[in-house]
Each structure stands twice: as C-alpha cells, then as structure tokens.
Design a protein around this ligand. Structure first.
Ligand code: 13P
Ligand code: SF4
Length: 406
C-alpha cells in the first residue's frame, strides 16, 4: 500500500480527553487481567484460570487465602499500589518504612511484597534467614532503577578513580530504587543507601566521610537534596552514563574538579511529567492551595512547591492539614486518588490532569496476589525474590547504615 503523501493533522478537539482525565476522584478500576492492555508484557506464567477472574472473585480468594495463612504471611504494600491491593496490606508505607517493616516481622515465614522489584530485594536482604520474600508479579520493576546497570556504574567508578587518582574521597550513595548489586557496591565501597525520606541525613553522613558524593540513579533526588543543603548547582555535575567510557560522563575536567555531587543521569518517568506551569495553574485556580510534591520531581518544580518529601511524608502532610485545605499533589495517581477519598473534608488533586499511574507498580494486579497467596496455601512458593549471597552481605551493610540514620 502506498503511504499517504500528507499525514492528516490530529484533531485535538475531538480527541477523547475524558479517557485521559485525572483519576483523582474515581480511582482506577480493576478489570480482569486479560482485559489489561499491557498484560502481554506482564509475567505470563500466571495460570490461565486467573486471567478472566473479576475483581470481586479475586478479592474473595485473596481474603480466604489470607485467613488460612494467618500470621505465617505478612503483606506489605507500597503507597502507589492500587486500591484492590492496598486493602490487603498489613502494613503500607514508603520505601523506607517498608524496609523497616520487613526487618521487624520475624514471626511471618513469608513476606508478600506488593511493590516493585528493588523493594522486594531490600526486604529479602533485611529479613531473617528463615523468611522468604515474594513479589506477586516478577515484571514489576522500576524504569529508574533500570537506568543504572551494574556494569555502567562500575565503569563510571573506574573512570572516576582514574580521573582523581583514587576513589578514597568519593562516597557512593545509591537511592533505594536500584538493584541489590548496586547496594552491595555501595556497602563494599564505604557507601550507603538512601530513600527520599532520609536523603539529607545520608548526604550529611557521606560528607563527613568524603569530599564528594557519587549519587545514583536519580539525578533529581540528588540535586534537590544537595540544593536543600546549600550546595550550589555548579558543584553538582551530571554524569551521562550513555556516553562511552573516556568521556567523563560528558562533564568537563574543571566541572568534575569543583563538584561535590556527581549525579547519575537517571530519572523517574512518572515524576518528570510534573511542571512549574502545572503548579502555576493550580495556584491560579485555587489561590489558597498548598502544593506538595515528591523530590523525584525536577528542581524547578520542587522549588515552586510549598513542600516536598517521600510518599510517607505526603500522606502525613495531607493528614495534618486542617479541614477545608486545598492541596495539589505531584506524585503517582493511585496515592493521590486514595488521599482524595480518605479526606473528603479537604480538596486534594493531582497537579497533572492526564497523569498516568506508575506502570510497573500497576502490574501488581489482584490476580497475581491471589495466585501467589493460593500457592502458599497449597504449600508452594512462587515468585520468590532471592538476592544472591554474593550481594547480600555488602548490600545489607549499606542498608543498615541507612536504617541507622533515620
Ligand atoms: P518513596 O520512598 O517516597 O515511597 O518513593 C518510592 C518511589 O518509587 C517513588 O517513585
Ligand atoms: Fe520507579 Fe518512578 Fe515507579 Fe517510583 S514511580 S517505582 S521511581 S518508575
């Protein structure tokens, strides 16, 4: 077929905007797995009988399995999980809180982690040796964590060693959103893990031990934290890991010499969507509004907001706001829509009118939770997350340094 010579212009007026509207008020409804548009890229090995089950049947099955398993299982749920999952969480929290819970529940043989891969890995590292950690959908990863591959970080470290003659004065700090192998790298190199709830304290700790910090994978959390500590922008240099070795990550020698923080060029695709224009629109619409955002947002957005912090911080911020408050939120939609429902006396809305959920958190569909729980009832463990021993010891060092800093 011959392609048309001119491509017709998109008619934005007739574009189905209703389907793109923010789900702050309605929440995201669960449809059977087989109707999920992205199901083909999720874990395919879930048995077919779960594909067509409706939300109500799945909820009944999960409830029944939970009742049978009792205290042998603890279900942890990250704030970004959908309603049909979070309702089953014994504990919900931000990534720091969930790591803490995982280290404090030795009475449960199984930790079912409703969140993403790096979080379940951290739970496995911190849990007692007799405990097994399960991730309902093995395809629930994190695109930001995937931006820091072990080989790229090692290559950058080698290049920094060559450039400075030694890495003794550089402290590697990895955001929780990274593979266990990188947490192990930090543990083995006098470094540490941080989350968005303690990044400031972690950087202070690091600067007591070295002249520079090598921060990965989220440039925004690193920059926002450095900025809050009074480090000028020109002392925070970006490291472009896509460039071939020998390019100093795209930085000039002078920029590297004056740097205090070397920022990995990673980002979260969900939080990168938030803009200063959205903050301004929110303020124009509701002059009394407060704006709270996650520190994975860009520095200009964080600067324009009234407050920023982890998901746990955002939950508290809204809980503690007086009745009648109007609060625009810059974070993932499942959390924003839950907060809007839980606080009917306040006006809570998402800054981005067409924001998508975190597509990987969303992969924890109730069909997967029903499957792994029913397998446990049958005496079988599926989807176990097991960090290799070679990484576990050093990763634990880096994680425990972090836990001690809260
Ligand atoms: P929190 O630690 O704030 O829960 O953040 C995790 C995360 O992935 C945010 O995108
Ligand atoms: Fe990763 Fe962003 Fe999803 Fe958080 S919201 S899990 S950083 S992709």
């Amino acid at each position: 077929m011959t392609p048309p010579t001119t491509v017709p212009a998109l008619d934005y007026k007739s574009f189905p905007m209703a389907q793109l509207q923010c789900e702050t008020d309605t929440g995201i409804e669960t449809v059977p797995l087989a109707l999920e548009v992205a199901f083909s890229s999720w874990q395919p090995s879930i048995p077919e009988r779960y594909w067509t089950m409706e939300a109500t049947e799945l909820a009944e099955r999960i409830r029944a399995a939970r009742a049978t398993l009792g205290k042998r299982v603890v279900v942890l749920g990250h704030h970004y999980q959908r309603e049909d999952i979070i309702q089953f969480a014994d504990e919900r929290g931000d990534s720091f809180q969930l790591a803490q819970y995982a280290s404090q529940r030795p009475e449960s043989d199984y930790i079912v982690f409703c969140g993403v891969h790096f979080m379940a890995e951290a739970a496995d590292i911190l849990a007692a040796p007799h405990q097994q950690t399960i991730l309902p959908n093995m395809e629930a990863g994190c695109s930001m964590a995937d931006m820091a591959a072990e080989a790229d970080v090692h290559a950058a470290w080698a290049e920094l060693r060559e450039a400075f003659g030694s890495t003794d004065d550089i402290i590697p700090v990895t955001y929780m959103n990274s593979a266990a192998s990188l947490k192990a790298f930090c543990g083995a190199n006098n470094g540490v893990v941080c989350t968005s709830s303690n990044a400031g304290k972690v950087l202070e700790w690091a600067f007591q031990r070295g002249k520079r910090v090598f921060f990965f994978p989220d440039q925004h959390l690193g920059r926002n934290t450095g900025h809050a500590m009074g480090i000028p922008l020109e002392q925070m240099v970006l490291w472009n890991w896509r460039l071939p070795a020998g390019n100093l990550g795209g930085a000039t020698r002078e920029a590297l010499d004056r740097s205090r923080i070397i920022l990995w060029q990673g980002h979260c695709s969900v939080h990168q969507r938030f803009t200063v224009a959205q903050v301004e629109q929110a303020r124009a619409r509701y002059p009394e509004a407060k704006i709270v955002v996650h520190p994975e947002c860009r520095a200009d957005v964080v600067e324009a907001a009234d407050a920023n912090g982890s998901t746990g911080y955002i939950v508290k911020y809204i809980e503690q706001a007086p009745a009648g408050s109007v609060i625009g939120v810059g974070t993932e939609i499942n959390l924003v829509s839950r907060l809007a429902k839980e606080h009917p006396d306040k006006t809570i809305f998402c800054l981005d009118p067409v924001v998508c959920p975190c597509s990987t958190m969303y992969r924890v569909h109730p069909a997967y939770l029903a499957w792994v729980m029913e397998e446990l009832v049958a005496g079988r463990v599926v989807n176990r997350i097991q960090v290799p021993e070679a990484h576990k010891r050093d990763a634990k060092v880096a994680l425990e340094r972090m836990l001690a800093l809260k």
